[in-house]
Design a protein around this ligand. Sequence first.
Ligand code: DC
Length: 224
Amino acid sequence: MKNIITIDGPAGSGKSTLAKELAEHLGFKYLNTGAMYRALTLLVLQKNIDPDNEDLCEKIASKMAFEIQGKGISSILFINGKEVPTEIKTEIVDKNVSFVSKHVGVRSVMAQKQRDLGLKGNIVVEGRDAGTKIFPDAESKIFVTASIEERARRRYEEYKKKGVLGVNLEKTKDNMKKRDDIDSNRKHSPLTRAKNSIVIDTTDMTKEEQLNKTIEIISRKDIL
Ligand code: DC
């Protein structure tokens, strides 16, 4: 058994925190596939490439070598030998990442790299299509969601903590809705719930409650 757990869901649903804490609890590696698409988007923007240019986006993606070092909350994603930069979590990347990640060529390159990273198992994979397309045979699949108001509030609090200028709650909510719309309605591997996934609505749940619920779900699957 490979022990692959997938955690999918929309932006701001709380999936990153949950996935990291779960990986820590299990002593598994943690893979944030959103960080891979964000790192690609950052490179595309730095090279002044149009995010709509599928061929160039795919070319850049194919040259990216990913590696995970460490386990649990100490898992670190390396790209071409360097730690993933903090700039991947900026508003400009937020605004452009859905355009870069909707290209089929980009997705197939990234999907292969994600499967290679997960090959050895004992891993928690977080994303949009981890349970549907990347690891359809994963032992446990969780779909994390929360109301748009709560998701926007969480993202806005993150921006405020980081001192990001020029954002407000309404603008954050608008950007998030736009990203939800593109991520859920794109032609290739849109954000959808895997049929055999279990939904956790985190709107009114503490982080501890989310982790406990997830542990309860996966313990039914013989992973623990
Ligand atoms: O999880 P996140 O919000 O950091 O992801 C950023 C973007 O990357 C998201 O808007 C869509 C894209 N993404 C994707 O298309 N497929 C994934 N498996 C993960 C993220």
